[in-house]
Design a binder for this molecule. Sequence first.
Ligand code: IMP
Ligand code: MG
Length: 176
Amino acid sequence: MSATPNPPHRILIGEDDVHRRIEELGTQICADYDGRSLLCVGVLKGAFVFLADLVRAIDLPLEVDFMAVSSYGDSTRTSGVVRIVKDLDIDLAGRDVLLVEDIIDSGLTLRYLRRNLLARHPASLEVCALLAKVGRLVDDIKYVGFEIPDEFVIGYGLDLAEKFRNLADIRIYQGE
Ligand code: IMP
Ligand code: MG
């Protein structure tokens, strides 16, 4: 059986723009954490591509850990339930923690994660999200790559029912 190629969903943010913005975020993070070391916590699975590029744009001593949460089923709508599927290996106590998220939609996942991680007594906790849908409260998110329209997006780690994570750019899902 041969695999069907990825369909041509409309490109929202091209590969070059993604990488340029990540370089900017990395520079900003380096300046903000100058002289310190970071613990970057990626939220699986969606943030794995972003985290991989982001850490290479940060010229500081850092460690990486992952958490997996589940808030969506195989659809484009939130289930409203956040569940830890895989917890961290590294102790957060006293650490400068940067939580790395793919996208803020309802903000439900972030709210849950923030509360959960703060209970582990990090020295500091900030959030870096590649994307945030417009109209969502991003006041408490220190680093946001792009604000995007309220559409379902795929690519660059983001999935629909586990597909499309391998697209190099970010696209608006336009149906089958
Ligand atoms: P929230 O809890 O509604 O903010 O959604 C959080 C999670 O839902 C994200 O980390 C994504 O994994 C997923 N998600 C939300 N919007 C999208 C989208 O447009 N495309 C793909 N995944 C999304
Ligand atoms: Mg997802």
